[in-house]
Design a binder for this molecule. Structure first.
Ligand SMILES: Cc1ncc(COP(=O)(O)O)c(C=O)c1O
Length: 273
C-alpha cells in the first residue's frame, strides 16, 4: 500500500498519521471516494472527484482542492505496479472537539493506493431489515459515517452473501452497502432513482449513459419477479446476482451480459489522470 497525506508521501503507509482528535475519526465528519485502478491508471477520476466535492458540500465542508487531490493520486500511483488496484481518497474536517461541533483547524486529505482482487462474475445478495433514510441529512452523500453498512454487510456475510440490499423508508428498493442495483422486469432494465436515497454511483451513471435503463422507484418486492439482477460499483463493475434471499436467478442473464460487454469495450475511454 502507498499513502499520501496533506501534501506528503508517507514513508511508512501503516504508521500512525491522522490526529487522534480528527473529527473524521471521532464523529465520522468526512467524505471519501473509492476509485478503481487498471494498469496503474485511475478509472473515471474526474467523476469521482466531482462526487467528492458534492459530498463535501453536503456536509458543509469547503470542496477539497482538485489539483491537490490529483497530486496525491499521482504520488501514490507513480512507479507503483498495480495491474488492478484501488485508490481511497478521504477528506475530513480535520482536528476538532470531542463533540459534534466542528473545530477551526484545516482539513485532512489522505490518498491511499493498494492492489485489489477482481470480483467473480456472479454473487449472492440478501435483503436486510434496516431501512435507508432517503430523507436524512446524509442521504446520497459518501461520508465516512459508514457503520450502518458495516453492520448490514456482516449480516449478509453470515447468510453466505457478499452484499446487503436496503429498502428505504417508503419500502422501495434503494441500494447495497457499496453498490447500486439494476434489475430486469418484463424485459426492461430498471434501477432506483436518486430520490430513493441511493448514492449517485459513478458506475450506475455510466451504465445509464452507455447502455440505458429506466429509473423508477418501486416496492422492493418487485425484485422477486425479476428475471435478472446485477450490482454496479467501482470494484464490481456490473456483477450478476445468482441468488437474492431464497430466489435463484439466471446469472448473468442476457441483458446483464450485454451491459458487461458494453462496459468492457468502453472502460478504456475513462482511464487516466
Ligand atoms: C452506498 C453506496 N452505494 C453505491 C455505490 C456505488 O458507487 P460507485 O459506482 O461510484 O462505486 C457505493 C460505492 O461507492 C456506495 O458506497
Amino acid at each position: 500500500m502507498r499513502a499520501w497525506m496533506n501534501g506528503e508521501l508517507l514513508s511508512d503507509p501503516t504508521a500512525p498519521a491522522v490526529a487522534v482528535v480528527d473529527h473524521g475519526m471521532t464523529v465520522g465528519d468526512g467524505v471519501f471516494e473509492s476509485i478503481k485502478v487498471v494498469d496503474g491508471q485511475p478509472f473515471a477520476l474526474t467523476q469521482h472527484l466531482e462526487r467528492l466535492a458534492r459530498s463535501a458540500d453536503g456536509l458543509g465542508l469547503p470542496a477539497p482542492d482538485d489539483a491537490d487531490v490529483r497530486r496525491g493520486v499521482a504520488a501514490v500511483l507513480d512507479g507503483h505496479d498495480l495491474p488492478l488496484g484501488r485508490l481511497r481518497v478521504t477528506y475530513t474536517s480535520g482536528p476538532g472537539p470531542f463533540g459534534s461541533g466542528r473545530g477551526e483547524d484545516s482539513a485532512t486529505l489522505v490518498v491511499l493506493a493498494d492492489a485489489m482482487a477482481a470480483w467473480p462474475e456472479t454473487t449472492q445478495v440478501v435483503t436486510v431489515p434496516w431501512p435507508r433514510n432517503e430523507r436524512g441529512a446524509l442521504a446520497g452523500l459518501k461520508t465516512t459515517s459508514y457503520a450502518e453498512n458495516v453492520i448490514a454487510l456482516a449480516a449478509a456475510r453470515e447468510r453466505g452473501a457478499t452484499e446487503a440490499i436496503f429498502a428505504n423508508l417508503a419500502g422501495h428498493l434503494c441500494e447495497g452497502t457499496g453498490s447500486n442495483v439494476f434489475y430486469v422486469v418484463d424485459g426492461e432494465l430498471r434501477t432506483p432513482t436518486l430520490a430513493s436515497g441511493c448514492l449517485a454511483g459513478v458506475t450506475r451513471a455510466l451504465i445509464l449513459e452507455w447502455y440505458g435503463a429506466v429509473e423508477v422507484d418501486e416496492p422492493i418486492e418487485v425484485v422477486s419477479g425479476a428475471s435478472e439482477v446485477f450490482l454496479a460499483s467501482t470494484t464490481r463493475d456490473a456483477q450478476a446476482v445468482s441468488r437474492w434471499d431464497d430466489v435463484e436467478l439466471t446469472a448473468p442473464g442476457p441483458v446483464t451480459r450485454e451491459v458487461m460487454e458494453t462496459w468492457r469495450k468502453r472502460e478504456p475511454e475513462l482511464l487516466g489522470l
